[in-house]
Structure formats: C-alpha cells, structure tokens
Design a protein. Structure first.
Length: 59
C-alpha cells in the first residue's frame, strides 16, 4: 500500500502564489518598500550620514 505524501510547505506556498499572481507581486513590492524605508531610517537616524570624523570618534 503506497503512502500519500504530504505536500511540503514550499509546494503549498508555490501553489498559492500560482493562484494569486497579483498578491505575489504585492508581497514582493511591499517587502522591497519596507526594506528601503528601513534602510532610509537607519541611515538617517544612525549617524552614518555624518562626517567621517564623527563616525571615527565613536569607536
């Protein structure tokens, strides 16, 4: 008697993305936008936008 193989999480995720192509683009665009906002906030508020002397004096 052959066992039924369970679908892996990856197979279920890929099947869902195939059924919802617009959502997959929205997920990718949202992830990229979130990463860019996070990078902007990090650079703005971390002091890396300051002069080199200021950065070197912190270490």
């Amino acid at each position: 008697m052959a066992r039924k193989k369970k679908k892996t999480m990856r197979q279920r995720y890929d099947a869902w993305l195939d059924e919802h192509p617009v959502c997959s683009y929205a997920i990718v665009c949202g992830s990229v936008a979130l990463a860019l906002v996070g990078l902007f906030l990090f650079v703005t508020f971390s002091g890396f936008g300051s002069s080199a002397d200021f950065i070197y004096n912190q270490f």
